[in-house]
Design a protein around this ligand. Sequence first.
Ligand SMILES: [Mn+2]
Length: 313
Amino acid sequence: MYPTAPAASRAITLLGAPTDVGAGSRGASMGPEALRVAGLAQALRALGHHVEDAGNLPGPANPELPPADGHRHLPEVIAWNRQVHDAVHTELRRGRLPVLMGGDHCLAIGSISAVARHCQSAGKPLRVLWFDAHADFNTHAHTPSGNMHGMPVACLCGHGPAALTALAGHAPALQPDWIRQIGIRSVDEGEKQLIDAAGIQVYDMRTIDELGMRAVIEAALGDLAPGTHLHVSFDVDFLDPEIAPAVATSIPGGPTYREAQLCMEMIADTGLLGSLDIVELNPALDVRNKTAVLATELAQSLFGKSTLIRRNR
Ligand SMILES: [Mn+2]
């Protein structure tokens, strides 16, 4: 191990949400345990943070039903997101930094709506960095599958069932210009129109190829008002499947190990990280837990691990 630069010590709460009700296939429900086995809590403690693992939230089982009116498992998705919302909001009110261990990406509706509620009452600006291969901006009218892990960004922007769009206590939870999407390389046809109409800033893989990851993250972190709460929603399928096989919806052509590390390191440098989701890790598809280990290494960088003591950046 190399020595690490002293990062500001944070009080972090790990919250497990072991469900795959929003996904098209089973297995993301095992994500929290795989992250524990990979040593996520210990990895963050090694950086000097105070980490509490609050265990797993309760929620309904996956009924494995077909979609109804374009939504698959809507009652279960609502139940899980209510649990996540309340738990994340409680940790933010306690002054702690919540790390949601999913679970599939539908859970970001609960976590980010809680962050939006917290920021609204604290008067803090919010920016959401959405790392993903997919835009997750489908609606029941556009989705090819009904799987609700493809809908969280739309729900957070006010497009979706009221039980989800109003979780924050106000709707929409997010304004599109608070969101930056990074790594996108698979967007459904109708979704493409919706994103364009909403005006979300998307840094797709072509943009990353053309500009380089450094310039993309600089842009995504540009114009941050002082005191901004940064939320990172990290879908493991953001990563190239060669290094991160444990995802059900893998798309080739994703960022490399170093590009992903650079993202995390540059976010850490801002000192503004306020909350994190790690989602879509499907241990049933992993190879000797290597994707969970990789997610843990990236979390370490996000929480301040650096190779050298850096000055005058
Ligand atoms: Mn996603």
